[in-house]
Design a protein around this ligand. Structure first.
Ligand code: FES
Length: 161
């Protein structure tokens, strides 16, 4: 499991000034959360009570909004996000083996980030290119007709980059 990068004193001071800025806005919570995520790379759990206090909300309300929006994260993300398709077409064409190999290669489970913050691993229901199954997506690039050999080549080129 990756060691979580905590916000620095500088980050916390900046976060406090953002909270003060957004506390005057009626619908400030989501843009505030987005700005904090941009600043730190994720929304650290320790800032949730500060946000709640500043915006006159309960911490559970702030947490609820973070949980609701898939693009808000409470843990750091890797430089590269690997998504393995778990849809039916990919599953029947070996997607399960591909996921197992990706996990082995990266040494992490779904939803985790490598300790060097290079990779985050996620699964998706279907990425819409079933004809190329099994598929994985690395950042914005889709890699179809995946097989163990192709996967090894793909990761060795990424690891060298
Ligand atoms: S099931 Fe994998 S792309 Fe559709």
């Amino acid at each position: 499991m990756a060691e979580v990068k905590r916000p620095t004193e500088v980050d916390l001071a900046k976060i406090d000034s953002l909270i003060a800025e957004y506390s005057k806005q009626r619908w400030g919570l989501i843009p505030l959360l987005q700005e904090i995520q941009e600043l730190v790379g994720y929304i650290p759990s320790e800032v949730i009570p500060r946000i709640a206090k500043g915006l006159n909300l309960f911490p559970s309300q702030v947490q609820g909004v973070i949980t609701f929006y898939a693009q808000l994260y409470t843990s750091p993300r890797g430089k590269n996000v690997v998504r393995v398709c778990r849809g039916t077409a990919c599953h029947v064409r070996g997607g399960k083996t591909i996921l197992k190999l990706v996990k082995q290669h990266l040494g992490i489970e779904e939803g985790e980030t490598t300790p060097d913050l290079n990779y985050t691993l996620e699964t998706v229901a279907c990425i819409g290119v079933c004809a190329l199954a099994p598929n994985i997506v690395i950042n914005r690039d889709t890699h179809g007709h995946m097989n163990p050999k192709k996967l090894t080549r793909l990761f060795s080129s990424k690891d060298e980059a």
